[in-house]
Design a binder for this molecule. Structure first.
Ligand code: SF4
Ligand code: SF4
Length: 288
């Protein structure tokens, strides 16, 4: 079985304070963090036991996970399992990076995000250059706020040319962008118009729930992070029977981690092996 898993454990805290985020500067007690560690340990052990499958994993924590040593350890351990194809994580890249040397680097990838209110561009780019030196595959992203447009231009100039910089559209305010700003952001991220759309999805085919699933700290399976109804539990025998082709019950889908799996958009052709970490197969060709 080929399966991609978006894992989100109980962790819900962050060392950053982005003002649009519910987890900003949220702290957890030692007891709460221990619950998250225990859930992750159980998940890693379950993945280890699935040696007959081919598994890819994207950690999508509520908050920042890579500052926690148990996520670093999980990355190292999972990257060495022969049946794990890919292990990726969404991160603000504020963590130390030395532990990466213990990973099988050919199997890891980082989905990094730059938060201009929390870290200087200089420090963030320095972290990216360390990833370049260590030979780690990664994408860089930023929320496309109007007030950050110049910072985004500079970031593009300072990143290595082969690194894909994605811009997440700010969709909370209707008609937020002028045509000029859409053009400016599209010249940096050729896929910005795809993200700047809530894709109608009701009744349309989507791989979520079939070859890609969302799993929480208790092993509960949901089709994706946007449909709350559970469909099974990975820790129960025979869970595979719930993995079926289905159509989407939601009116629309507006996040990369969701719409990338819709058949209609053909984004698997664009991202190839980089679907989970959001690295298009050949982003510079898309830009031309
Ligand atoms: S880094 Fe991410 S999780 Fe942390 S406050 Fe900012 S947006 Fe939220
Ligand atoms: S289209 Fe989006 S909301 Fe619908 S099933 Fe797929 S990922 Fe989930």
């Amino acid at each position: 079985m080929n399966l991609s898993i978006l894992y989100r454990g109980p962790l819900s805290s962050c060392n950053y304070g982005c003002d649009y985020c519910p987890f900003a500067k949220r702290q957890e007690t030692a007891a709460q963090l221990a619950i998250d560690e225990k859930a992750l340990t159980r998940f890693v052990s379950w993945v280890s036991s699935r040696s007959g499958d081919r598994i890819s994993i994207l950690f999508t924590p509520w908050g920042e996970a890579l500052i926690r040593r148990w996520y670093q350890r999980a990355f190292v351990e999972l990257s060495h399992l022969p049946h794990v194809k890919k292990i990726a994580i969404q991160t603000n890249l504020s963590c130390r990076l030395d532990w990466i040397e213990d990973c099988n680097k050919s199997r890891i990838a980082l989905w990094t995000t730059f938060h201009p209110s929390e870290i200087t561009r200089k420090r963030f780019v320095a972290q990216c250059h360390k990833l370049d030196q260590r030979g780690v595959r990664y994408s860089v992203g930023v929320v496309g706020l109007k007030e950050h447009a110049s910072e985004i231009d500079e970031l593009r100039r300072e990143l290595a040319p082969n690194v894909y910089l994605w811009i997440n559209a700010y969709k909370r305010v209707p008609d937020y962008y002028t045509p000029e700003l859409i053009k400016r952001f599209t010249s940096i991220d050729p896929l910005f118009p795809v993200n700047n759309t809530r894709h109608p999805s009701a009744g349309l085919e989507c791989h979520a729930g079939e070859s890609v699933i969302s799993v929480d700290g208790e092993g509960v399976i949901r089709r994706c992070h946007f449909i709350r109804d559970p469909i099974g539990n990975i820790y129960e025998p025979g869970f595979e029977k719930v993995l079926l082709p289905r159509t989407c019950p939601q009116p629309s889908c507006g996040c990369h981690i969701g719409y990338v799996h819709m058949n209609k958009l053909n984004l698997y052709d664009v991202f190839g092996d980089g679907v989970l970490e959001r690295v298009p197969e050949d982003w510079q060709t898309l830009r031309q």
